[in-house]
Design a protein. Structure first.
Length: 118
């Protein structure tokens, strides 16, 4: 069972609610740029690219091993912060937080949110 944050679309739109799982995201940790593109996190993608460029420029002074380990730590941090990044992005786009729901998967969380709405 996972805790999901439920978000409703802006008023007047008939989109299904979004269910954001509150857990570590392997997708975000292994492929941060793809995760940012899939979820429309444009500022986070730019920040990731800037951090990657800065790390590559600092690599000669840090050493190759240290640069690789810093990238791994950075990717793991992105994996842990992925739910917060998605919640913030939805809130910034005008989605409203309806509450939290515990469910087996995202579809069950959305279904429960739709049932409680009516």
């Amino acid at each position: 069972m996972t805790l999901f944050a439920i978000f409703d679309a802006q008023a007047g739109k008939t989109l299904a609610p979004a269910a954001i799982p509150e857990k570590f995201s392997w997708f975000a940790a292994l492929l941060p740029p793809a995760f940012a593109l899939v979820h429309g996190l444009w500022l986070e993608l730019i920040g990731f690219v800037v951090a990657l460029v800065a790390l590559s420029f600092a690599a000669p002074w840090l050493g190759a091993d240290a640069a690789i380990w810093l990238y791994i730590v950075f990717a793991i941090a992105i994996g842990f912060s992925a739910p917060g990044l998605r919640r913030h992005s939805l809130a910034w786009r005008g989605w409203r937080h309806r509450g939290d729901r515990v469910a087996g998967d995202a579809d069950l969380a959305r279904l429960g949110a739709l049932e409680s709405r009516s």
